[in-house]
Design a protein around this ligand. Structure first.
Ligand SMILES: Nc1ncnc2c1ncn2[C@@H]1O[C@H](COP(=O)(O)OP(=O)(O)OP(=O)(O)O)[C@@H](O)[C@H]1O
Ligand SMILES: [Mg+2]
Length: 387
């Protein structure tokens, strides 16, 4: 459909040449119908030719100026030669190089100015680009600083809690031993025997929680082998498909074609991805979309994040259309025990963060409350990976 902008561009494209031609025709007609005997008005029409020449140069540069002068010469020369001008003929012929000179000069000046303006525009564009790049670098640096800060907090918290968990586990062992001895006095069938069972069950539960936490705080030993990220993601997609259907969530995958091998502990990498996918499902109680994709990482992003420039990095992106994370919580989701869920432990993303960190990777989150959340994981690609 033709827009009003198209119309005005079309009008502008044709109106200027039309004005030039009409002016040349108008001046020529005037010049021809006023006889040579009325010399002053006759000459005035010759002078009027300079108007379209100057306009042609101003609107279309060098070729506009020369072109208009040429057009004028085409109609002017036969008139001078064919119509009897007497002794004035030579003066009228001298007008021709002046037409060309004026066309040339106006065109050159206008072209030079246009060139100068383009140079300025180019410089302004370069400046704007540098400014955008600077802003992007600043944003990445701030993000990196926040990550370092978070890593600091995590390690302090991890050490503190690991010490605390240890302190809890020892007395728990003693309680369990003592209860087991006392239990012998109350054999099965005794009215108080069930209380011992309760104590033992709860002690075991506490012990499990502490053990799980210690596993988080003290990373388990890892076995790194080349792992294909696409295969891991595809297998996880199958794993959560039932759960996704129950949540009325559609999962889309789009994997890039380049290398996708990373050195990883496959079980841990799966756990890291799975935590993010389960969170996404939980964030879409009324259904939605989860898009999982892989891509080559922008070297600029990774560059600031500490790459030595020799490695290739890939990114795994989890993009959901869930509830989103309120701005004030976005910096806390990776903290251990941060949860907004009634029965959440708040360890899911803390564990994911730790795993990705142990794989020399980076995890970032962006979220728009009410619209959705995006987690991006950047991992170094295994260099010998030919896939
Ligand atoms: N995709 C997401 N959309 C919205 N909020 C999220 C998303 N992922 C994480 N969150 C927020 O981050 C918090 C922490 O997540 P994390 O996985 O660490 O713990 P959790 O899911 O609450 O508990 P757990 O994983 O132990 O069941 C969540 O409680 C939730 O508020
Ligand atoms: Mg979770």
């Amino acid at each position: 459909m033709e827009t009003s902008l198209d119309k005005s561009n079309g009008w502008r494209r044709w109106s200027r040449p039309a004005i030039l031609v009409l002016t040349v025709v108008g001046v020529t007609v005037g010049h021809m119908i006023v006889p040579v005997t009325r010399q002053v008005p006759h000459d005035l029409f010759v002078r009027l030719y300079y108007l379209p020449i100057a306009l042609g140069g101003a609107w279309f540069g060098l070729w506009g100026g020369l072109g208009t002068a040429g057009l004028i010469i085409l109609v002017y020369l036969p008139h001078i030669v064919l119509v009897e001008h007497g002794p004035l003929t030579f003066g009228y012929l001298l007008e021709i190089p002046v037409f060309l000179g004026v066309g040339l000069l106006t065109g050159l000046i206008v072209d030079r100015q246009a060139q100068y303006r383009r140079g300025l525009e180019g410089q302004a564009e370069t400046l704007a680009r540098s400014h955008r790049e600077l802003q992007e670098q600043t944003r990445l640096l701030l993000e990196k600083e926040a990550q370092l800060h978070r890593a600091d907090r995590l390690s302090a918290l991890g050490q503190l809690s690991a010490g605390l968990a240890h302190e809890i586990r020892n007395p728990l062992g003693a309680i369990k031993g003592a209860v087991e001895i006392l239990e012998e006095d109350y054999p099965a069938g005794h009215p108080k025997a069930e209380f011992y069972a309760i104590i033992l069950k709860e002690v075991k539960r506490l012990n499990d929680v502490v053990t799980n936490f210690l596993n988080f705080a003290r990373p388990v030993s890892m076995r790194f082998v080349p792992v294909d990220v696409r295969e891991v993601l595809a297998s996880l997609e199958g794993l959560v498909s039932g759960e996704a259907r129950a949540h009325r969530v559609r999962i889309f995958t789009r994997f890039h074609g380049g290398p996708s091998l990373v050195m990883a502990d496959e079980a841990l990498l799966k756990q890291a991805f799975l935590n993010i996918m389960l969170n996404a499902l939980e964030a879409m109680p009324a259904g939605g979309d989860l898009a999982i994709s892989t891509r080559v990482a922008d070297p600029k992003t990774v560059g600031v994040m500490g790459s030595d420039g020799r490695e290739e990095w890939l990114e795994v992106v989890f993009d959901d259309t869930g509830t989103g994370i309120p701005e004030e919580y976005q910096g806390r989701v990776f903290d251990p025990f941060f949860t907004t869920k009634k029965d959440g432990t708040g360890l899911g993303l803390a564990i994911t963060y730790r795993i990705i960190e142990n794989h020399r990777g980076i995890i970032r989150v962006t979220s728009q409350p009410g619209k959705g959340t995006t987690f991006v994981i950047t991992l170094p690609v295994e260099e010998s990976g030919e896939r």
